[in-house]
Design a binder for this molecule. Sequence first.
Ligand SMILES: Nc1nc2c(ncn2[C@@H]2O[C@H](COP(=O)(O)OP(=O)(O)OP(=O)(O)O)[C@@H](O)[C@H]2O)c(=O)[nH]1
Ligand SMILES: [Mg+2]
Length: 252
Amino acid sequence: MRALVVIPTYNEAATVRRIVEAVRASGRAHVLIVDDGSPDGTGDIADWLAERDYGVHVLHRTTKAGLGAAYRAGLRWGLAAGFEALGEMDADGSHDPADVPRLLDALGNADMVIGSRYVPGGAVRNWPLHRQLLSRGANKYVQAFTGLPVNDATAGFRIFRREALMALDIDRAQSDGYSFQIEMALRAHASGFRVVEIPITFVERTEGASKMSRSIVLEALWRVPRWGLESRSRDHPPGVDRRSVASAALNR
Ligand SMILES: Nc1nc2c(ncn2[C@@H]2O[C@H](COP(=O)(O)OP(=O)(O)OP(=O)(O)O)[C@@H](O)[C@H]2O)c(=O)[nH]1
Ligand SMILES: [Mg+2]
């Protein structure tokens, strides 16, 4: 399966080379770096990597427009280029490139694979208590409002099958920030796709700075209950022709 891993970057000069080269060394996937004009020169490193390896590609965007926008642009690029498996991964070292083959293998039996911290065998290392509480709380919040049977809906390490991603119509995703991840998981589940969680160990970044912000949290706080209400107002019992009915409702 021709695979592409999309890696969004904003000021990740310290780690981007190591991550990209490790994904390429797996021999399983091309890489697309989506850089939002990082002032620390990440975009130049990305160009340097792309010049040396035909399997590394770069999308330069001029301003920092959020994770959702970067992923929409990157995944759209990957679909246009004909990749059959399209993945997402952070550039800060939290996701281990050595896990990419395991996630890709799991796609043999799924439409969407999530590298999950919150299934047996999954773990989080070196996160301060407040970050753990935020992440756990966000997942409880999603489950309470939407009933989504996914343990790590905010995870940023995932792979989609091309057909699923096309059906999910990423351009209609509304999120600017990290709630893009929640939104895509909800849409995949509502459309009847097989979502599988594979345990991973997530390690807190040791270099660079977090882009998590108050506005990113607030966006998820108001969007999630809205998605919950929308899915509840659909006039069909769950499980009945979910794929067509739910995707029609979501894509209205
Ligand atoms: N292109 C682009 N990339 C972004 C943007 N915001 C975050 N990223 C990238 O998305 C990935 C995840 O962001 P992080 O800041 O690591 O977010 P996090 O993992 O929730 O937080 P920490 O690990 O605590 O820093 C990283 O590779 C970032 O560089 C953005 O607006 N545009
Ligand atoms: Mg991170």
